[in-house]
Design a protein around this ligand. Structure first.
Ligand SMILES: Nc1ncnc2c1ncn2[C@@H]1O[C@H](COP(=O)(O)OP(=O)(O)OP(=O)(O)O)[C@@H](O)[C@H]1O
Ligand SMILES: O=C(O)C1=C[C@@H](O)[C@@H](O)[C@H](O)C1
Ligand SMILES: [Mg+2]
Length: 187
């Protein structure tokens, strides 16, 4: 028998932490749908995140992001990966804590940098010194991420599957979130 997810798992953390990659694998392991707020926003707007930032501005994007997350939290339990800035909004943290369980995927700066440096899809990193920007964002955001219900550390050495397994282990310690069936024959 498979473990049963009772609440939506919300993956939070910095860009490049692996929220989308690990979230997708986690959903497959748990046998639940995978949703991604960035992808949902792009689909609804029929535009990329970079285009939305350029055309409508970051404040507009943040409002849409909060609305999309509120809507997705209303559905059946799933794995929901959110954008790196979503958990900075206090209202979103409250909603996630009321209707789901948050997991901070915590990675060190150099691991994050190795994963984001080659892609130009992240508008906040289009600065003169993107490594420094990433470091500054990380320092400013950690207090908000630290409010997550669970913290799972990942490093450059962890494969996506290994990190997903670590998340399952953390969730399994919370019977209100994940019911793990007893092994047959156990007294
Ligand atoms: N061990 C690993 N764990 C997680 N991601 C990895 C790993 N190895 C490589 N990657 C790659 O790192 C990249 C960044 O991961 P991902 O897009 O999942 O981050 P994210 O947290 O969703 O970022 P964002 O906030 O920008 O959406 C992806 O291309 C992913 O496949
Ligand atoms: O960390 C952030 O603020 C962001 C991360 C991405 O997931 C996107 O939501 C967008 O690029 C902003
Ligand atoms: Mg993502």
């Amino acid at each position: 028998m498979k473990p049963r997810l009772k609440k939506t798992v919300v993956m939070v953390g910095m860009m490049g932490a692996g929220k989308s990659a690990v979230g997708k694998e986690l959903a497959a392991v748990l046998g639940v749908p995978f949703l991604d707020s960035d992808a949902e926003i792009e689909r609804a707007a029929n535009a990329t995140i970079a285009e939305i930032f350029a055309r409508d501005g970051e404040a507009f994007f943040r409002d849409k992001e909060a609305q999309v997350i509120a809507r997705l939290l209303d559905g059946e339990p799933c794995v929901l990966s959110v954008g790196g800035g979503a958990f900075l909004r206090a209202e979103t943290r409250r909603r996630v804590s009321a209707f789901g369980v948050s997991v901070w995927l915590k990675a060190d700066l150099d691991t994050l940098w190795a994963r984001v440096r080659r892609k130009d899809t992240r508008p906040l990193l289009k600065t003169a010194n993107p490594y420094r920007t990433l470091a500054e964002l990380m320092a400013a955001r950690e207090p908000a991420y630290a409010e997550a219900d669970l913290i799972v550390a990942t490093t450059a050495d962890y494969a996506i599957e290994t990190t997903a397994e670590k998340v399952v282990e953390a969730l399994a310690l919370r019977p209100d979130v994940l019911s793990v069936p007893e092994l047959p024959g156990k007294p």
